[in-house]
Structure formats: structure tokens, C-alpha cells
Design a protein around this ligand. Structure first.
Ligand SMILES: Cc1cc2nc3c(=O)[nH]c(=O)nc-3n(C[C@H](O)[C@H](O)[C@H](O)COP(=O)(O)O)c2cc1C
Length: 224
């Protein structure tokens, strides 16, 4: 089933038709658990029977170029971003099709954060970078639709029209007032939901530490 979903998802467009991505499907123990641990054992990763890792992959294409007698110039950030976009577009196609088939999916944003560790576990060669982890399984039931900003928050006509502070506040009301979000604010004794994002979920120090780790990992491979 995962192969069939991947076959449909790979109809997605890719940069120049180069298909600069690969997919690693992990389900056997102990590797699945090791991989879930690399994702900090977050519930979606630890509880899913399958973890799909979608990788930006310049390696395979570069090999084909060299075998064909030509030298690719892909050791740079532009090429990495092309591969990352190819991987990301495939990943969302995969999730949409999987969910249409009744499976449940959850992205694991910890994939790039933990790229060095995940690369080691999955034996990724140089120029293959894990960008999207997807936990896949049969869902227990229908999940609840979560909140979204109103369309006006992100939809601009012709050019970008910035907002007044009052308008921004109004647009984010739907998030501030969403019951689960109110719960997080209470749980962490913070003055607002924005504080939960900046001080608990994505604090500056953590963002900077993982940036340094991703940067040195990409630099070692000449992709930055
Ligand atoms: C790039 C990306 C990374 C994400 N990372 C995680 C994650 O690490 N753990 C998790 O439980 N959910 C993760 N999610 C899921 C989001 O938290 C979720 O989509 C969002 O809260 C909205 O909920 P919904 O998709 O159920 O509507 C991620 C989603 C995206 C697009």
C-alpha cells in the first residue's frame, strides 16, 4: 500500500524533472524505535507503526551525471533548496493520498533538527538530507479539525498589504481563543499563546542551537 501511494505521489512536479528526492520507509524493530527516539520519542513518532523519511537527494542524480561523463555543480545551497522543495512537495502528495486511503499521517518537524543522527541511522550517503519525517498508521478515529487563521490573514490581491496591530490581533483571535490553545497557556502559566510559541515551543536558544547543527551538517557536505 505504501508503495502504491508513493507511486501516485511521485507524479508530483519536480525541479527541472530531476526528481531530487528519495523515500526511506522504516517499520522493522529495533530501527523504528531508534528512529522514533531520534525524533525525541514524541508521541506521533513513538506510536506509529511506520515512519517515512522523505529526503532531499542530490546523490543519485549526481551519480547519473558522472556515469554519463559530465560533472554536476550541485554542491551549493541553491541545489539543496531545489531538492528540499522536491522532497516537500512529494511528502504532501504522499500525505494527501494516504489520508484519502484512510491512513493517518503526521509530519515530524524534528527531522531536519536531527538530520545528523537520522542520516546515521538510515545510512544516508552524502548529499542525501532527511527533510520530512511522516508518521503513518491507521487512525483510531476521526480527528477534530483544528483552527486556522481566516483567509484574509494570508490572502493578498495584487501586492502584499500589511496589517495594523489591531488587525493582526483580530486575525489571531481564532488561535488565542481555541480551547486547546487556551489549555497550553494555562498549563505553562504564560500570559498569552504567543508566549507559548516563543518561550516554550520554539525558544530562540533552541532554534539557534539546531540551526548551528543543521548548518555544520550541510557545510560538511558543501551544500551551504
Ligand atoms: C513541517 C511540519 C512539521 C510538523 N511537525 C510536527 C511534529 O514534530 N509533531 C507533531 O505532532 N506534529 C507536527 N506537525 C503537525 C502540525 O502540528 C499540525 O499540522 C498543526 O498543528 C495543525 O493541525 P492539523 O494538521 O491537525 O490541522 C507538523 C506539521 C508540519 C507541516
Amino acid at each position: 500500500m505504501l508503495r502504491a501511494i508513493s507511486e501516485r505521489a511521485m507524479k508530483a512536479p519536480t525541479t527541472g524533472g530531476m526528481q531530487l528526492y528519495s523515500v526511506v520507509v522504516t517499520r522493522k524493530e529495533p530501527l523504528r524505535t531508534d528512529l522514533a527516539e531520534a525524533h525525541f520519542s514524541q508521541p506521533a513518532a513513538a506510536g506509529a507503526p511506520v515512519i517515512v523519511t522523505v529526503c532531499a537527494d542530490l546523490h543519485r542524480f549526481e551519480r547519473w551525471c558522472r556515469i554519463s561523463g559530465t560533472e554536476p555543480g550541485f554542491e551549493n545551497f541553491l541545489s539543496f533548496t531545489s531538492a528540499m522543495l522536491d522532497a516537500t512537495i512529494f511528502a504532501q502528495q504522499f500525505c494527501t493520498i494516504a489520508e484519502m486511503e484512510g491512513l493517518g499521517t503526521c509530519y515530524l518537524g524534528t527531522t531536519l533538527w536531527q538530520a545528523p543522527k537520522i542520516s546515521e541511522l538510515l545510512h544516508l550517503p552524502d548529499h542525501v538530507v532527511p527533510v520530512c519525517g511522516i508518521a503513518v498508521g491507521w487512525p483510531y478515529g476521526e480527528g477534530e479539525a483544528t483552527e486556522r487563521l481566516p483567509l484574509e490573514a494570508l490572502y493578498h490581491t495584487e501586492t502584499y498589504t500589511d496589517f495594523s496591530d489591531e488587525e493582526v490581533k483580530e486575525l489571531y483571535k481564532v488561535k488565542d481563543e481555541y480551547p486547546a490553545n487556551r489549555g497550553y497557556v494555562e498549563e505553562h502559566s504564560k500570559p498569552s499563546l504567543a508566549h507559548v510559541f516563543t518561550e516554550v515551543r520554539y525558544p530562540r536558544q533552541m532554534n539557534e542551537e539546531f540551526t548551528a547543527s543543521i548548518k555544520s551538517y550541510l557545510e560538511r557536505q558543501g551544500l551551504l
